[in-house]
Design a protein around this ligand. Sequence first.
Ligand code: BES
Ligand code: ZN
Length: 867
Amino acid sequence: MAGSPDQFRGQARLPRFAAPLRYDLRLRPDLAACTFTGAAAIAVAVSAPTRFIVLNAAELDDLVPTDVVQFEEDEILVVGFDRDLPLGEGVLAMDFTGTLNDQMRGFYRSKYLYNGESRNMAVTQFEAADARRCFPSWDDPAFKAKFKLTLEVPSELVALSNMPVVSETVNGPTKTVYYEESPLMSTYLVAIVVGLFDYIESSTSEGTKVRVYTQVGKTDQGKFALDVAVKSLDLYKDYFATPYPLPKLDMIAIPDFSAGAMENYGLVTYRDTALLYDEQLSSASNKQNVAITVAHELAHQWFGNLVTMEWWTHLWLNEGFASWVSYLAVESLFPEWNNWTQFLDEMTSGLRLDALAESHPIEVEVNHASEIDAIFDSISYDKGASVIRMLQSYLGAERFQKALASYIKKYAYSNAKTEDLWAVLEEETGEPVKDLMTTWTKQQGYPVIYAKLNGHDLELEQAQFLSDGSSGPGMWIVPITSCCGSYDTQKKFLLKDKTGKIQIEEFTSSQSADGEKNQNIWIKLNIDQTGFYRVKYDDELAAGLVKAIKAKKLSLMDKIGIVEDSYALSVARKQTLTSLLQLLNAYDDESDYTVLSHVTSVCLSISKVSVDATPDLNKDIKQLLINLLLPAAKKLGWDPKDGESHLDVMLRSLLLIALVRLGHNDTINEGVRRFHIFFEDRKTSLLLPDTRKAAYLALMRTVSASSRSGYDALLKIYRETAEPQEKSRILGSLSSSPDKDMVVEALNFMLTDEVRNQDSFYILGGISLEGREVAWTWLKQNWDYVLKTWPSSSLISDFMNSIISPFTSEEKAAEVSEFFAGRIKPSFERALKQSLERVRISARWIESIRSEPNLGQTVQHLLQGKA
Ligand code: BES
Ligand code: ZN
């Protein structure tokens, strides 16, 4: 192939005429100087005549051989030769150097304390496209190769990689560690960790050694994760009917970590809070988070690592599946957590994001590496997992599992696209999987089904649901399920057209003895919310459901679905806030965590919007919402009860936090009282980890610039504790004061070295509504620094979501757009647009709330217990 190296610029993918077979990599990190040197010998197969080899590299220097051209923008390296390379196998050898950066990507450094001294560890984070920052590589998931690593590190340190150590030679202060060669795998799954650690160990029923590495002296905190890991591996081996593919599995907590966890093959890395669990120091929700995260990353060892997406367009195959399967595993390990009902939290995030015009299809076109990080979002994860749940429920659990197992077998050590999975499922089940699922993965958004009763017919019509109230053009094949009056008789069919009908004769004809039409009839569509869509019932059907809720006829999932759909329809101005408040009232003696978690989230959104929409009514609306939650909260109190369930522990924390946020004085005062006792005696049983966040938030409601002792007390605890979960609870509270100066102080604190860059989102997520204006001013002033410090898409996007989304006026949206004109980067472009869209949606919602004729009256009625 002739021509110049320039011909390879600006391409989404690398050319395929030369592909790697085996990487022999030798790396020598210098933890003090924060640099590394490396040598790569890559066995390459040349399959077509070429004078060039094209691969990826970024931020690497001193590359030898020297007749290589680096195109920085494309992050590629073109190695030119003076004549065509012979077809067949050859070896490309290169030496290079790089920096152990502080950006939590590529080969980077993380800091930890050892005997009171700050130390560096060297860590990798390669997904999505950052292996190229560590060694020259075909950094594309489809170029699978074998990896054989050698590390040169200080003799006293632990050096881990994907595979077990074959041998080690100590040479005074340094040692050389040789690792076994890996099976075929993608570059983004290669991993290295070098530092001082202790470990605990266990093994699976098949004898795979599993270890959890922690900071020295902290291995107790790894026990829970180790147990979940061993059980999950056993479970997945059966579920996928394929053994765990590697000889060992290590899991390790990294103090600076941009995601929650990363599924590197055989060496899974976690942020501290997602791996470590301590009976005394962690909350029930910390525990769940650890279980779900471990189960998720281990699911990837099959779904992702053994079978890998062919390109990032199919990222959802990795993330949607791992998320879905993690619920399956955790459900089986901890049935009392009611995990599948909790899954509806994930589905709700997916539904809310996908109701934006600025959403995107599950399968996204990716043209440049810089676009990849932004698709690790709720669409790939939550919508992805939800459409899988929908499909499983349509096909049936057993058929589904069998087909998945054959998919894993068929594509093991290789790559697959979305269509490949549908093809296997279709072959195994004979169902029209591809046609059905393509409407969900290639098209953004989802439908709302309008349901109305007409004689003996339940008439259905689908339209794309958008939170701005418009109807998009989308059409789906919708698996409709319905039941009427009882869960015993259910009907199912695929709605393929705009409209459809369900005959419900048998129900409407069931009349009571006195000949009256049965008044207690109810019809619920989308049973247990297995479908990724919303339902809008006509008034008669809606009234029937309210009665059914009050009469406790409905499943937890259906109760959740009804309140979530109503809330979304209200935001989209398809139903009034007045009627939403009336519906909420039907949940007044609900006591289940999973349902109340949705009810409180709706309550808090209503409380926020009413600040701007109906300032005069805000106090009454808050009181109404407090009245709704208070009975359940009173029953639980602040102190744990002997033998209470995991979910009640979660509920206590949820309700106390909600009551504080709604401004309930008694709860705030009690929180502050308990905080002071705790501040004097950190071992008190009056403020255990589960209720601490509520107390911290209560305290911050009382803090102002002129009375700031509460803030200083929290900071003192932050500085004294070594526990990451405790630190995160404090960070999540610091910016929640109603005082603007204190919000700015918390934001400035976020920029100091006392807060790790990985933890900024806690502070951002806590900003009080009163603080939104100063937070925005602060962001504008600090924008250049912020952009430089948080290059990762997920972290920078948190700034958009937390600081911009709370606004509710067109003027503000215009002001924000103007500021960002000329400043947009692919890493946050979509998050910015989504945030702006949310602002405009709120603005319209507010307009419509203001014109609701009966809102004030209804609020008064409900307050007096009349409605
Ligand atoms: N593969 C991801 C980690 C990741 C995220 C890498 C974004 C690059 C960019 C990992 O499997 C993952 O999904 N982690 C989740 C945790 C999980 C429990 C949903 C995370 O980091 O939040
Ligand atoms: Zn994942």
